[in-house]
Every structure is written in structure tokens, then in C-alpha cells.
Design a protein. Structure first.
Length: 564
């Protein structure tokens, strides 16, 4: 129910992308010729790291009228990319009512940090600090990296590139084997969560209810055939994706939704399914299975194609854990990638399969009756809302003409189904079939662009913003991505996050993948992702590593990243 209300709110409220205008920090201006002159950050703050027996000291010196934040220090040790625990001891600072962070502890002139319990083998150390000037300038966080040898008591400062290369984890065959099993578990979990999406849930719910009236075959066999349909569909889509990538096409998971004719087909399918669930037409008498064509048949054929239908309607969705699995698959050989996608399908089929494996669960379901008709009609509304939302996506991709063609297709489909109810079945299905074909052909002839023109993402803008002193929050999204829409409506496009972005000097940048954009596809590849959403936080310090956020956002997660 929550997902359905969110979807309706999203469709009625319009896209949240326009919210980016609110996130730009206010411009500053100065008057007269008395603008203060500020020191470069490397002159304002200087440090030295030294050995003292089995301990180390990090001594900082700050210029006059400059200070360092105690809470902004972050010291991290690592060996081959694996974090190592160390102990740090800070001096007591001075409490200051700071214009940026309120009352906080700061160091004027300088301070000394003592490091103990250090690794007894060579390791790397990253030190992050931040300071401000009394005259009103707050520097971006600065990060320094060191290579340290405890045996020789040597300390060498290194570049960010050398730091990253020296911290690449060492992976052996056993680690790789364990990583694969972990990814397969994530894939299955992500597939299982897909069943809760507003598009998939009605299919799953009515499929389970149909088992209570199954007269042709046992529920277990129907569950197995349904599972085969889901897994086979995921492997088929993954096989097509891998084949296109092997042929040199820069595409990712969800590429089919970048094609307006496919979105049109999906919108019309949801429209037909919603009319059927409302009872406006029937195929072949009384039954409670859902789908179109073959998925409506009784017996094992219907169960198989219901699994196919469930996979199709799940295509706009990305679930937690699924992004990690799909990203891993993108960097593996085709057999491993197909295995990962197969486990996503297995996870999606698992709830139905478990229910049929344990018949006691089915016996607890209420006996069939009028309540099933009411439930069936109620489940039509999430599908109808999804159809409307997909029509809006087509409008974003191709403009008002594309949306109008989709609505016109619905009109003719409705007319054909009305003829079907009057007994003129041949003419009815001829009209429906021709409508699908003509709509697809006409939509395909429309130029891409609409309100989301492709090819406009420039990755270099991120570095330009960082070089100017801004932190950057990158949102890789698309209008057809339900998970993206939920994150934008509930988290990113809220006053709390806007205020946090302004307070922390964050520029909100959108990379819109609604239409095909090779620059965004390459970005996803570089971050080992094969689908969206993708959220990355880039600190203003060009030497500081970027932070990848989870696919399901919360306000606390975003604010925690900003406060680091």
C-alpha cells in the first residue's frame, strides 16, 4: 500500500529533478576594496609526522588567526586495503562558537596528535583535517597520505594515486570464491525484495491465490514451473545485455527502458491488465491467474508465462542488494554474469516456490469467495497508476506527441475490449493487435529529446566544481526508475536535505539516464555498476576519495556522509 501511495504521489507531483535549482548554495559578494587576503591552505596549516619509539606524533602548526577543528580530524590506517585499528590521543582544544558548525572544539596555533597501537608491518595512513580563518573563510577538508614502515621507522608522504594503488586489496582464489557466493546471496535477496515493488506485487499476490483453486496439477509443480519462467526470463534478458555489450554497445541494466517503443508497450500492457483486474473483460471463463495471452492459460503454460510476465513488469525496479550483484556481474565473464542474474530470478521466484513447497501455508489462506474479487479489483489500481506513470515517462522521452499517441492507443485498446465484451472477438483482437503495432511504429519514429535530452552529461563538470571549492552530490537517475523516484521524493527533494546541502556547500548534480547517454553508461562502468540508481559524494578536496552511497537512501545516511 505504501508503494502504491508513493507512486500516485510521484505521478501527480511531477518529477523531482527540478529540485536541483534549490540546492545551489547562495552566491557571495563583497563590497569595497577591503576584502581580506587569505593564505593558501598549505601555508595556513603545516604538519609533520614523526616516530618516537613505538609511537608516532602528528604535529600541526596553524598561522595566526587560523584554527583547526578537532572533530574534523580523521586518521585511518590500512594494510593492502584492509582497515587496521589504531589508537589516537588528542589534546584539549578551545571551545569556539563557530559560524559553520556552532559550538565546537578548535586548535589555534597548532596541536599534537599521538598515535599508538600501530601495525607492526608496513602500512599506509590517511590524515584528513579541516580549518578556517577568523576572517570568514572555511577551507575544504584536506587529506594527506603516508607510507609508513614500523621496522625501519620511516615515514614518506605519498600522492593520492600512489595511496590508492598501494591499498588495492590482495585477493586469492579462495577470497574470490567466497566473494562470488556472497554476491549470489545478495542477488537472491535483491530478487526477493523485487516482489514488494508496486508493479510486481499484484502479479505475485494473484498467482498465490490461484494456487488455492488449482485443479490441473499440484501447487508444487505450478510453483516450480513459475520459478523456471522467472529464472529463464532473467537469464534471457541478461544474455541479450551481455551479447550487446560484447558487440561493443555501451549499455547497462534497464537499457530496454531507454527505448520509447518498449515503454509504450509496457504502458499498454499495464493498462490492459488493470482493465482485466477490474473485471471489464475476461478470457476463457472464471479464473484468478493474471497476465495476458499465454499467461492467462490454465495449467503449467500459464504458470510459466506468469513468471515471464513478472520479470517484464519488474524491469523498472531496482531493489537493495541487487545493485551490488548486477555491478559485480558487469565485470565478470559471461557464464558468471548469467549465474548472478539467474540467482536474481531465483530470489524473485523464491516466495512463491517456498509457499508451494510447504502446503500448510496455502491451507492458511482464506477459502475462495467474493473477497478475492474485491482484492483482485483493488490490485488493479497500482497497475493503472504504473501505466499512467509510464505514459508520463514517454512524454519525458519524446515530448507531448509521444504521450498523446500512448493515450490514443489506450483509447483504441479500450474500444477493442468493448467489442470483445459484445461478442465480436475477432474484430476486437484485430483492433488491439493493430493498435499495439501502430503505436510502437509511430513512437519509434518520434525524435528523442522531449524534456530529457540525451548526451548532456559532462563528467568534467564535477572536477570543475570540486576545484572551485564545492562538494558535489551526484545523482544518476532516470524517469523510469521507481527506486530513483522514491529516493528523490522521500529524501533528496526534502527541505532537510536541501538545508544540509546548503550548509555543507554541496552542489547537487543530476545525471539523467532516461534516454541513452554513453557518458553516463561509462560512469556506471567505472564504478562497477550496471544499473541505477547510483549516488556518489565527491568532497571538494581533489585528493579525498569519493563516497558511494547505498541505492536505498535515508535522510540520516545522507546527512551522516555530509558530516564526515
Amino acid at each position: 500500500m505504501k508503494q502504491f501511495l508513493l507512486l500516485v504521489l510521484f505521478v501527480l507531483g511531477g518529477t523531482a529533478h527540478a529540485a536541483s535549482d534549490f540546492f545551489a548554495p547562495p552566491a557571495t559578494s563583497s563590497f569595497g576594496n577591503d576584502t581580506p587576503q587569505f593564505l593558501p591552505v598549505e601555508e595556513a596549516y603545516q604538519s609533520i609526522l614523526q616516530w618516537h619509539d613505538d609511537r608516532m606524533t602528528l604535529t600541526w602548526n596553524a598561522a595566526e588567526a587560523y584554527y583547526l577543528y578537532k572533530e574534523r580530524f580523521a586518521l585511518k590506517a590500512s594494510v593492502n586495503g584492509k582497515p587496521q585499528p589504531i589508537s589516537t590521543q588528542f589534546e584539549t582544544g578551545k571551545l569556539k562558537q563557530d559560524p559553520f558548525f556552532g559550538e565546537t572544539e578548535v586548535y589555534y596555533h597548532g596541536t599534537t596528535i599521538t598515535l599508538s597501537d600501530l601495525p607492526d608491518i608496513p602500512f599506509t595512513l590517511s590524515v584528513t583535517s579541516q580549518g578556517c580563518a577568523d576572517a570568514g573563510l572555511c577551507y575544504p577538508p584536506q587529506t594527506q597520505h603516508y607510507r609508513i614502515d614500523p621496522l625501519q621507522h620511516t615515514v614518506n608522504e605519498i600522492s593520492a594515486t600512489d595511496f590508492l594503488s598501494s591499498n588495492k586489496p590482495v585477493i586469492n582464489a579462495n577470497d574470490d570464491h567466497q566473494a562470488l557466493w556472497l554476491v549470489l546471496i545478495f542477488a537472491a535477496l535483491g530478487g526477493a525484495i523485487l516482489n514488494l515493488m508496486p508493479c510486481v506485487f499484484p502479479v505475485l499476490g494473484l498467482k498465490v491465490l490461484s494456487f488455492t483453486n488449482a485443479h490441473n496439477g499440484s501447487p508444487l509443480k505450478h510453483g516450480l514451473v513459475y520459478s523456471v519462467g522467472v529464472v529463464a526470463s532473467f537469464i534471457a534478458v541478461a544474455g541479450l545485455l551481455i551479447s550487446l555489450q560484447q558487440a561493443g554497445q555501451a549499455i547497462g541494466w534497464g537499457f530496454q527502458l531507454q527505448t520509447p517503443w518498449f515503454v509504450t508497450l509496457l504502458a499498454c500492457l499495464f493498462f490492459v491488465l488493470s482493465l482485466n483486474l477490474l473485471g471489464l473483460f475476461e478470457i476463457g471463463g472464471s479464473w484468478t491467474d493474471i497476465g495476458g495471452g499465454l499467461s492467462r492459460k490454465k495449467g503449467y503454460t500459464g504458470s510459466f508465462f506468469t513468471g515471464v510476465l513478472a520479470t517484464v513488469v519488474a524491469s523498472p525496479c531496482t531493489a537493495p542488494f541487487m545493485g551490488t550483484a548486477v555491478g559485480f556481474a558487469a565485470s565478470q565473464s559471461p557464464p558468471v554474469a548469467l549465474l548472478v542474474f539467474g540467482f536474481i530470478g531465483l530470489g524473485m521466484a523464491l516466495p512463491v516456490l517456498l509457499l508451494t513447497l510447504f502446503p500448510a501455508g496455502l491451507q492458511r489462506l482464506p477459502k475462495s469467495g467474493s473477497w478475492m474479487i474485491s482484492l483482485r479489483q483493488f490490485l488493479a489500481f497500482p497497475l493503472l497508476a504504473t501505466a499512467i506513470w509510464l505514459a508520463w515517462v514517454i512524454g519525458r522521452q519524446t515530448g507531448a506527441n509521444g504521450m498523446a499517441l500512448t493515450l490514443l492507443a489506450w483509447l483504441f485498446i479500450g474500444f477493442g475490449l468493448w467489442l470483445h465484451s459484445k461478442g465480436n472477438k475477432v474484430s476486437a483482437w484485430l483492433i488491439v493487435a493493430l493498435t499495439f503495432v501502430l503505436a510502437i511504429v509511430k513512437i519509434n519514429q518520434l525524435p528523442l529529446g522531449g524534456e530529457t535530452p540525451s548526451g548532456h552529461f559532462d563528467r568534467s563538470e564535477i572536477q570543475t566544481l570540486r576545484a572551485s571549492g564545492k562538494n558535489v552530490f551526484l545523482d544518476v537517475t532516470a524517469d523510469w526508475c521507481i527506486t530513483c523516484a522514491a529516493n528523490e521524493a522521500l529524501v533528496l527533494n526534502t527541505s532537510a536535505i536541501r538545508d544540509a546541502f546548503t550548509q555543507h556547500n554541496v552542489q547537487y548534480v543530476i545525471a539523467d539516464w532516461t534516454n541513452y547517454d554513453p557518458a553516463i553508461t561509462q560512469l556506471l562502468t567505472d564504478y562497477k555498476r550496471n544499473g541505477i540508481p547510483l549516488y556518489i559524494y565527491y568532497p571538494a578536496d581533489l585528493n579525498a576519495p569519493e563516497i558511494m552511497l547505498p541505492q536505498i537512501l535515508s535522510k540520516d545516511v545522507v546527512i551522516e556522509i555530509l558530516n564526515r
